[in-house]
Design a protein. Sequence first.
Length: 157
Amino acid sequence: MNTRTVDTLLEIMADTDMATRRRIEAAEAVLGYEAPTDAVGRAREYLMSIFENREEEIGNRMDALKLSRKFEAKRIALQAVHLTRREETDRREAWREYEISKLQREIVLATLDHPPKGWDDHLRSPDYLPPPGDGWPPTGRTADGKLILFPDKKERG
């Protein structure tokens, strides 16, 4: 059941004597808040009719298209979430490179030869996961950036 407000917005949307810009604003008001499913459907259909109408002014078509897109798809996560995802990807890649280097060093020291073909396939796999937690791999540097030439034995693994 529609509220009086939603009914009024739907009337404005349907009023062909009203300026298209105002009708688009009415559709936005319907979509921007909770509304009955049929009202949401009518607002979306109206916006589609505007952006698909090649005879409509381009500004109105673009506004209808942007609104339609805004309410049809989830918004891309905020920048803070992107940073978190990027940081997690960076963390995974840092661990991957660290483990590849560590394994290569271990193989070379143990065999006194180059690693065999495919020695790092499991680390280069798209399924690779870093160790659990938020930690980053050791960098071989102190917090102030100085190179650690002689690490503690317990840290060498």
